[in-house]
Design a protein around this ligand. Structure first.
Ligand code: NZQ
Ligand code: ZN
Length: 387
């Protein structure tokens, strides 16, 4: 196991009716708040009214900025920074999913900065400060509610890039599984693929003797595999929704990666898809992850065979571990297909003509991945495998 520091200060407030606590939680930090949200979902569900009421009851003044799009855009981030500076707001409340939270984090690091916010995403400037951010989560998926990152799309060139820093973890995350009852099946499934990808990026490591976190990873994956079909069959199944929601945070709050070196190539390869083609991140991962697996599994057949047995219940073939490994990869793809996700690039509307360009962009800063370091040609080969 590698040395590590684990410090995740995000306060999790989990369960039925917890959004009623948003005023009290926010008031611990500020009474001048930017209320940030996405499209119509929080108004349609009535959550918007409940949040506004709770904030007012706690004596909090707030300015609203809605309209965050999935794959959140830099232009709205700039608008948020302008509002925070002009109105002297010093706290951002994100009500929504990964896109809203990431946009809130971007505003939070951009507002106190001297330079341009995009520099943090180009990694020419280090993140050292963020206005405090609080979250009311409405979709279990990205894990941004307790992660140290933010992913933003710059419309100028359709570049999707991430910024990170320990100060970027939200102060609190209110998580009521009931708020996820209204999720369309496709979004539930996209969330599942992202959660699983966050675990698998950490699971496929070359670090040895990480049995404890291997088992945590396997348990988290099995929880998603068992509960997502239940939530799709019965969207108001509180128990299934709550298992998924808590697993989504644990999948990406860094606990499962302690003492390990994660891979992250599939995420880098996917970001080109959601950046250029504006597809849902989880749907992109359902396509790129199995293709990545096929490309790299021969580098550690044993680990892929363990994955097949421990996660998918594949009967091990000790005389033929490669067969076991391939069965696990096949089951992963079939699961994604079974919950209604695309598993090939044409299903996402992605055609061959931009593979080389995407491979160059994905590897512009050098090879991606740690399980195996992948250069431009490998990444292009993975796009071809995903056809
Ligand atoms: O905009 P509204 O109307 O709210 O609709 C949203 C949106 O269309 C809808 N939705 C959310 N909650 C709902 C709901 N609809 C009905 N009922 C509800 N309760 O779902 C759609 C997708 O929302 P979005 O926030 O985009 O989803 P997600 O949480 O999957 O976030 C995706 C973004 O997170 C980034 C991705 O790249 C992508 O841009 N990621 C962020 C990470 C991080 N910061 O740590 C890590 C991840 O790997 C990921 O890259
Ligand atoms: Zn992800």
């Amino acid at each position: 196991m590698e040395n590590f520091v684990f410090h995740n200060p995000t306060r999790i407030i989990f369960g039925k009716g917890t959004e009623a606590e948003v005023g009290r939680e926010t008031a611990r930090y500020s009474r001048r708040v930017l209320l940030h949200y996405g499209g119509g979902s929080i108004r349609a569900s009535g959550l918007y009214d409940r949040i506004c009421r709770a904030l007012k009851e706690s004596g909090i003044d707030f300015v609203e900025l809605g309209g965050v799009k999935p794959n959140p855009r830099l232009s709205l981030v700039r608008e948020g920074i302008r509002l925070c500076r002009e109105k002297r707001l010093d706290f951002i409340l994100a009500v929504g999913g990964g896109s809203v939270i990431d946009s809130a984090k971007a505003i939070g690091i951009g507002t106190p900065a001297d330079g341009d916010v995009w520099d943090f995403y180009l990694k020419t400037t280090k993140v050292t400060e963020m206005l405090p951010v609080g979250v009311v989560l409405t979709i279990p998926a990205a894990g941004s509610e307790a992660s140290n990152g933010s992913v933003i799309t710059n419309e100028d060139g359709w570049l999707k890039k991430d910024a990170g820093g320990e100060c970027m973890r939200p102060r609190f995350a209110i998580m009521n599984p009931e708020l996820t009852f209204t999720l369309p099946p496709y979004q539930t499934a996209c969330g599942a693929a992202d959660i699983m990808a966050h675990v698998m990026e950490r699971y496929f490591t070359r670090v040895r003797d990480v049995d404890f976190t291997d088992r945590l990873c396997e348990a988290t994956l099995r929880t998603i595999i068992e509960n997502v079909p239940a939530a799709l069959a019965e969207p108001q199944d509180y128990d299934a929704r709550s298992q998924i929601m808590w697993a989504s945070t644990i999948a990406h709050n860094d606990l499962l990666g302690t003492g390990r070196v994660g891979d992250w190539a599939s995420h880098m390869i996917e970001h080109e898809l959601s950046g250029i083609y504006d597809v849902a991140h989880g749907a992109g991962l359902a396509v790129t992850f199995p293709a990545w697996m096929k490309h790299v599994y021969k580098n550690d057949v044993e680990r892929f065979a363990r994955f097949a047995v421990a996660v998918w219940g594949v009967e091990p073939r000790f005389d033929w571990p490669e067969r076991t490994a391939l069965e696990g990869i096949g089951r992963t793809k079939n699961f994604f297909r079974g919950i209604g996700l695309p598993t090939s690039l044409p299903e996402l509307g992605v055609t061959d003509d931009r593979f080389e360009e995407m491979a160059s962009k994905a590897t512009a800063a050098g090879p991606v991945g740690n399980f195996v370091k992948l250069g431009r040609d490998d990444v292009a080969a993975i796009y071809r495998l995903a056809r």
